[in-house]
Design a binder for this molecule. Sequence first.
Ligand code: NDP
Length: 246
Amino acid sequence: MTTDNTQKVVVITGASSGIGEATARLLAKNGAKVVLGARRTDRLEALVKDIHADGGIAEYLALDVTQRSQMAEITQFTLSKFGRVDVLINNAGVMPLSTLDRLKVEEWDLMIDVNIKGVLYGIAAVLPIMKAQKSGQIINLSSIGGHTVYPTAAVYCATKFAVGALSEGLRQEVGGDIRVTVISPGTTESELADSISDETAKKGMEEFRQISIPATAIARSILFAITQPNDVDISEIIVRPTASPY
Ligand code: NDP
C-alpha cells in the first residue's frame, strides 16, 4: 500500500463498525499494520481475528476517545508494538440528531466530546511523535454535514464544521513533514443512525439513508489519500451517493 515500500502503521479510532471497520479490513489487506480502537472490544477482537486469518497484521485496544489518557495509551501501545505511528485516522463519531428545541443537552455534550474533543485528543497524542519522526498523516472524518446544515443536525454539523476548521489549521501549521486529510462522507451504511433517540429525526434519517453507499466506498478514499507520495497532501475528499441531494 505504500509509496516507500514500508508497511505503514495506522491507528484507527472507532474501528468496531461501519467506516472504521471497513477501513481496517481494506488497509490491512493492502499491507498496513493496523491498530484498532473502540469501546466494544468483543467486536475488535473478532475483527482482528478475521484480519489475521486473511494474512494481515492487526492489534486492538479498548479506547474511549473522550478520555485523553486513553488516546495517549493507544498511541504508546502502537509504538510498543510497531515502533512508529505513520497514520492516525480520527474516525470515531456519534450522531444523535434532534431539533434544538428538544433540549437534548446531554447529546449535544456527547457529540462535542466525541466528534471534536476526541479528534483533538488524537492530534495531541500523535503530533509530538510525528514531529519527531518528521513524517506522518492525520486523517479526520468530517461529513457532508461539515459543508451544509440541515434541521435536526445543527450540533452534529457544528462538530463536523469544527473538524474541517481544526484540520485546515493543523494542515497550515504542520505542512512540510505531516499530511492532514479530511474525509467527508455522504450517507454511508453503518450503525451511525442507531444513536438517534428522537423519533422524528430517526424516521427522517431512515428515509434519507436508503440511498447509502457501502462503507468500503469511504475506505477506498482513505486508502487513496494514504498511498499518495509524501509530498502530495490530499487535503479533502467528499464521497457521497450519486443520488444524494446534499
Ligand atoms: P458507526 O456508528 O458504525 O461507527 C462509529 C464508531 O465510533 C464505532 O466503531 C464506535 O465504536 C465508535 N465510537 C463512538 N463513540 C466512541 C468513543 N467515545 N470512543 C471510541 N470510539 C467511539 O458509524 P460510521 O462508521 O458511519 O462513523 C464513522 C465516522 O464517519 C463518524 O465520525 C461519522 O460522523 C462519520 N460519517 C458517517 C456518515 C455515515 O453516513 N455513515 C456520513 C458522514 C460522516 P464503539 O461504540 O465500540 O466505541
